[in-house]
Design a protein around this ligand. Structure first.
Ligand SMILES: Cc1cc2nc3c(=O)[nH]c(=O)nc-3n(C[C@H](O)[C@H](O)[C@H](O)COP(=O)(O)OP(=O)(O)OC[C@H]3O[C@@H](n4cnc5c(N)ncnc54)[C@H](O)[C@@H]3O)c2cc1C
Length: 553
């Protein structure tokens, strides 16, 4: 075992025991430390590992060392042999705690271990006159990615995050009842080919699970199972629609909504009621659920990004594992709500509910929803083209409803499709049984999802279960637990992700990402034309702005 591993083992042993020993009286040294003392004396762990542990205990107030009064000097910075003997005797019970502490006092007095005697106060650090190189607003994947990059270049970076957790719209939580980690925000790496997030996952041995999106079963509005032939027929209808969309997209003229295109298509073809229902379902699954917006809001030119190539994978152990690979050494202040960003040619002043912070540069990574809300004031006001882009670019909504059952009663496929009647809202239902628990994950989007945020848990569950009962009849079980999200009501997101609302142009996408006066930079999912609405898009936008700042220095 090398020193680093030993130190980690040691630190984690101490950390895991922290809660238990924290209230112990000052001189009461926990017995388990004696094991480490014995190993150290035997040479099984080295000085660094042992002293780091002692440092940790003192710093955290687990072992309080009284002011040192003993005399004695150490010629070198090495640990004298007699202290090792002390440790061995102490471990055996041959000397008492007080004598051992005397040895530790000696180490402190002679600078062999340096410690802060006082336990640090928690996360609140008083704002100072200090000028950071860069302050980043938001500890989502864009902010953390940017900070990690700048930090590795030696810049002094501070992240101010409003919530009491990092991750933003990347939000993994442990679901006790299911015994699993689940993602309440992003789930997928959309396309693993040349995807930086897939690379991070692979480099760090993070487990991924490939979802075969074509492995589906489709139920008609009355709960009948669509035959393969029917599905093939209906798919060719949808292909026809897609060609119609491309043709319209390439035609000159003002932008219109996807809904308008859908209506025009229906009038140009003689479709049966069943075909109209199918078309609605396919548009909803393929476009509305993808963009998290209703067809009447979605631009005909909404599909702006680059294609996602490769597998669609999810994280059985949670997406947060990706973030955890980047946070080492970052200064992140949680529960710091930014309300104002003032900038001039010299620098940036950021106002939070915990005081002001100053930097040479700032990167805002907040969502388009937050920018739209005006909750953060920019002074001077942002340029007109950026303000216009903020107004025009849409903030879409997608919510998740996780349902946990005692057993799976549904088909062994990836998606359970239900073609809703008439113009009823379409749910999308993902089977998570393959990752180890009988869970269905139901997605809603747009206006329907916004309405559902206002209803009680019982109402939303009843709506989802109504669909499942239509599909599976008597086999349907009642859920034993559930989790639901309300992304539109989240004041630090105000929705799920950005989309091209009718009328949005490429100039708007360009304006949203442009730096202001080379002082305030804008990153985040909603500032990327290449991979909008994704984790990898957000991450790359963070790296982009980190590079823009580095290039100025
Ligand atoms: C339900 C849902 C499903 C999704 N599914 C996928 C998917 O499967 N795959 C995929 O690739 N992407 C998916 N996404 C999109 C993905 O989650 C986002 O693109 C990405 O997480 C955005 O990261 P970000 O850093 O740009 O923004 P955020 O994660 O929103 O980070 C911004 C941070 O700023 C903080 N903040 C906001 N206001 C303030 C303030 N005033 N002061 C201080 N801090 C503030 C926020 O709390 C947040 O932590 C999904 C999103 C949702 C909501």
């Amino acid at each position: 075992m090398n020193i680093k591993i030993l130190s980690l083992v040691f630190a984690s042993l101490f950390l895991s025991s922290f809660a238990f020993y924290h209230d112990a009286s000052a001189q009461e040294i926990p017995g388990w430390i004696k094991n480490n003392a014995a190993w150290w004396a035997e040479g099984a762990i080295d000085d660094t590992a042992f002293l780091q542990g002692i440092q940790y205990l003192i710093k955290e107030g687990i072992m309080i060392i009284p002011p040192t009064e003993i005399s004695g000097t150490s010629e070198s910075q090495e640990v004298p042999e007699w202290i090792k003997n002390n440790a061995a005797w102490w471990a055996e019970g041959a000397i008492d705690d007080g004598t051992f502490v005397t040895g530790i006092q000696f180490l402190i007095k002679n600078g062999i271990i340096s410690v802060e005697q006082e336990k640090p106060t928690e996360t609140i650090v008083e704002p100072t006159d200090k000028i950071y190189d860069v302050i980043i607003i938001g500890a989502g994947i864009a902010g953390i990615g940017a900070a990690d990059q700048l930090n590795s270049q030696g810049m002094d970076v501070l992240i101010l995050e409003a919530k009491d957790r990092i991750g933003g719209r990347l939000w993994t939580t442990y679901w006790d009842e299911a015994g699993k980690s689940v993602d309440l925000g992003a789930s997928w790496i959309h396309g693993t080919t040349n995807n930086p997030i897939a690379k991070i996952a692979n480099d760090n041995g993070i487990e991924l699970f490939e979802t075969d999106l074509d492995n589906t079963v489709t139920f008609g509005a009355d709960g009948e199972w669509l035959t393969d032939d029917q599905v093939v027929d209906l798919e060719s209808l949808y292909e026809d629609f897609q060609q119609y969309v491309s043709y319209k997209e390439d035609s000159p003229g003002a932008d219109v909504s996807i809904k308008t295109v859908e209506e025009n298509f229906i009038s140009s073809r003689n479709l049966s009621d069943g075909q109209k229902e199918w078309l609605r379902h396919m548009i909803s699954m393929d476009m509305e659920h993808e963009e998290a917006a209703d067809a009447h809001d979605l631009s005909l030119k909404a599909d702006i990004g680059k294609p996602h190539l490769g597998a669609e994978v999810i994280f059985p152990g949670g997406y947060k594992q990706i973030l955890d690979t980047m946070t080492d050494g970052l200064d992140i202040r949680l529960e710091h709500v930014v309300s104002k960003v003032e900038y001039d040619s010299q620098g940036v002043k950021i106002t939070t509910d915990k005081g002001d912070f100053n930097a040479k540069y700032a990167i805002s990574t907040v969502s388009i929803g937050v920018l739209k809300s005006g909750d953060i004031e920019f002074s001077p006001e942002l340029p007109a083209d950026k303000q216009q882009a903020i107004e025009k670019i849409g903030m879409g909504l997608m919510n998740k409803l996780y349902l946990l059952f005692d057993d799976d009663f549904w088909d062994d496929v990836t998606y359970l499709h239900y073609v809703a009647k008439d113009q009823q809202p379409q749910w999308e239902i993902l089977n998570l049984n393959p990752i180890g628990a009988p869970i269905l994950l139901a997605f809603t989007i747009g206006d329907h999802s916004r309405e559902l945020e206002k209803v009680s848990d019982e109402v939303i569950i009843a709506e989802a279960m109504g669909i499942l009962r239509t599909m599976y009849g008597e086999e349907t079980l009642e859920p034993i637990d559930y989790l639901r999200t309300k992304w539109a009501s989240d004041p630090f997101a105000y929705g799920a992700y950005s989309y091209s609302h009718v009328g949005v142009t490429l100039a708007d996408w360009k304006a949203i990402s442009s730096p202001v006066n080379d002082r305030v930079f804008f990153a985040g999912e909603g500032t990327t034309m290449d991979y909008p609405a994704t984790i990898h898009g957000a991450y790359l936008s963070g790296l982009r702005e980190a590079a823009n700042i580095s290039n100025l220095n």
